[in-house]
Design a protein around this ligand. Structure first.
Ligand SMILES: Cc1cc2nc3c(=O)[nH]c(=O)nc-3n(C[C@H](O)[C@H](O)[C@H](O)COP(=O)(O)OP(=O)(O)OC[C@H]3O[C@@H](n4cnc5c(N)ncnc54)[C@H](O)[C@@H]3O)c2cc1C
Length: 306
């Protein structure tokens, strides 16, 4: 990572909120559900699906966790009312994972049951490695309880991922596969760029082999090509997989996939906790700071190519 990028990561917490807001603006739909709906509407018009995330990992009380459950309730109502093509993504820490396991499971079950009422689907995001085992256990518990409108995320940088895929195989899980955004130690996570790429491709191959529906979540051109190769080799139809990207990232690559007839789902985060989210993302993955730094510099000098 370049010196300038590292410097940006270090000073981010003291950068005025207004500036952080500006540089993270394109990654977040807004603070209210209406803003998220507007963004999803636009994406749908471009032939893209969406997954809406209510920002709020930083909760510290049962009351706040219930607030997130209610926020998802509003999201499902809005999706139905406005006939949007969108499911939702949830973070278990926002539902109380760090407060109490039972509380979190009860909240998650409420969200998943509510989604089921309108034929919708819940993706459980994967957070840092202190959450992995609990997250997978809750996913399995939901499936054991007969709830099928739920999927999970696996991270290619984790050494355990291939093992997790094999253990989840009996459920034929619906999986979003991504590289992983958190900073994890070498003991549990691959550190090298190439190693992560290789494990992504191996994991995707294994998921397709066990019959999983996979959301191939990446902006990496090599991994997109490998994804296309693997689904092509299996002769999958367009309904049997999807690509996923983050709001505001590599729009052209996403447009190309849609033009070529593939399904693309865009991750649309919204909420009042945009600041913590933006900051954490920048700090957790210094690489992103590099993108944002160059983006900001080009905006400042009027050459952002919009
Ligand atoms: C839909 C979706 C959901 C995700 N959910 C999770 C999750 O639940 N848990 C988790 O740990 N991680 C999640 N991630 C993040 C993921 O793990 C990666 O950190 C992130 O996608 C970057 O990896 P990449 O595969 O795009 O490859 P990279 O090598 O990081 O990026 C490839 C290229 O994409 C572009 N790019 C990538 N990110 C940005 C950016 N922010 N701004 C501008 N350009 C960018 C750059 O051109 C870069 O060269 C998710 C990602 C996506 C797309």
């Amino acid at each position: 990572m370049a010196f300038a990028d590292r410097a940006i990561v270090r000073v981010l917490p003291v950068v005025p909120k207004g500036i952080v807001r500006k540089i993270s603006d394109r990654y977040i739909a807004g603070t209210e559900v209406a803003a998220a709906c507007r963004v999803v509407q636009e994406l749908n018009e471009q032939g893209k699906m969406a997954t809406i995330d209510v920002l709020g990992e930083e909760i510290s009380s049962r009351r706040e966790a219930l607030g997130i459950v209610r926020a998802y309730h509003d999201v499902f109502e809005a999706i139905e009312r406005e006939r949007l093509d969108s499911n939702v993504s949830v973070k278990l820490t926002a539902l109380g994972l760090k407060l109490a396991h039972e509380l979190c499971y009860a909240n998650l079950e409420k969200v998943v049951r509510h989604a089921a009422e309108s034929g919708n689907f819940v993706r459980i995001d994967m957070e840092d490695s202190s959450c992995t085992t609990d997250t997978l256990r809750m996913y399995r518990d939901l499936r054991e309880a007969g709830l099928d409108n739920v999927g999970v995320v696996l991270q290619a940088y984790l050494r355990r991922t291939l093992r997790d895929i094999r253990e989840l195989a009996p459920y034929r899980p619906n999986v979003r596969l991504c590289k992983g955004i958190y900073v994890e130690p070498p003991l549990i996570a691959y550190q090298g760029f190439e190693e992560v790429q290789q494990n992504f491709v191996r994991s995707l191959g294994e998921l397709l082999r066990i019959g999983s529906y996979v959301g191939i979540a990446t902006h990496d051109q090599f991994l997109i090509s490998e994804g296309l190769r693997l689904v092509g080799e299996r002769g999958l139809t367009r309904e049997q997989y999807e690509f996923q990207m983050l709001l505001g990232v590599t729009r052209h690559a996403g447009n190309r996939l849609v033009r070529d007839g593939h399904r693309l789902r865009v991750y649309v985060p919204f909420g009042r906790q945009w600041y913590d989210y933006s900051l954490r993302r920048l700090q957790e993955n210094p690489k992103i700071a590099g993108y944002i730094a160059s983006d900001t510099v080009s905006r400042l000098f009027g050459a952002d190519g919009r």
